[in-house]
Design a protein around this ligand. Structure first.
Ligand SMILES: Cc1cc2nc3c(=O)[nH]c(=O)nc-3n(C[C@H](O)[C@H](O)[C@H](O)COP(=O)(O)O)c2cc1C
Length: 215
């Protein structure tokens, strides 16, 4: 059985980010021999890198974080997985704090301070999902930022899936959100959201087929 791990770095269940990730899982789940495991970071009690340096101890260096908390089984699972999907809303131009903290724990053990190489236990296909208020032609997103370089080096060049101009609340009339035109949001959603969901489904399907065909 091949395994795809999905990491949901958004706080809201059943909103934009998690809806896209669920579609990725749905697409991947149609391929026989592939299982999907989803972890919601906001449901786990963990910290970012503690700088304990346990992953760099001579003779016992590890490419998987040695600090023990609720993230430990997730990181161990990723080390043995066949592909990885990360999803996050964009907060103040970057991924969420939970996603960032997760990425510190994932990537610091990959980094060698001997030669500055970035080596994961296993290379694998990666999909980076982001959702935001911004538009394709005007947004402030730096996406996964510096962490994307680490991911590309250690796991392989990631595929990217972005949903723009998302609905932030179900009913704009109930909130102080006058800077947004619900009418314009609705028009954008009506013409893009189904395609975003389809692209997520297709990406999951493609990823599952790819890992199923590799040895
Ligand atoms: C704290 C916070 C900060 C945000 N910052 C940005 C931002 O800098 N740029 C942007 O385009 N959208 C920003 N947004 C909007 C979210 O990225 C967008 O609504 C996203 O699709 C929410 O994902 P969700 O529906 O899965 O929660 C922000 C939302 C919140 C709550």
């Amino acid at each position: 059985m091949k395994k795809i791990i999905i990491i949901d770095g958004g706080p809201r269940k059943n909103f934009n980010t998690s809806a896209l990730l669920q579609k990725v899982a749905e697409g991947a789940g149609t391929v026989e021999g592939v299982e999907v495991e989803t972890h919601r970071l906001y449901e786990l009690d963990y910290k970012g890198c503690m700088s304990c340096m346990a992953c760099k101890v001579k003779g016992r260096a590890s490419q998987v974080c040695k600090f023990k908390d609720a993230l430990t089984p997730v990181l161990e699972s990723i080390a043995e997985a066949d592909s990885l999907v990360l999803g996050s809303p964009i907060y103040f131009g970057e991924v969420t704090a939970q996603m960032r903290a997760f990425l510190e724990r994932l990537a610091f053990p990959w980094l060698s301070y001997n030669d500055y190489s970035l080596l994961a236990p296993k290379r694998m296909p990666v999909l980076l999902v982001e959702t935001m208020n911004g538009l394709p032609e005007r947004n402030n997103s730096q996406g996964y930022g510096a962490m994307e370089h680490c991911i590309a080096q250690a796991l392989g060049a990631p595929e990217r899936l972005t949903a723009y101009n998302t609905y932030q609340v179900k009913d704009y009339s109930r909130y102080e959100l006058a800077g947004f035109s619900e009418e314009a949001k609705r028009r954008y959603r009506d013409t893009h959201w189904e395609a975003d969901l389809q692209a997520a489904y297709d990406a999951g399907l493609r990823m599952a087929r790819e890992i199923n065909n590799s040895h």
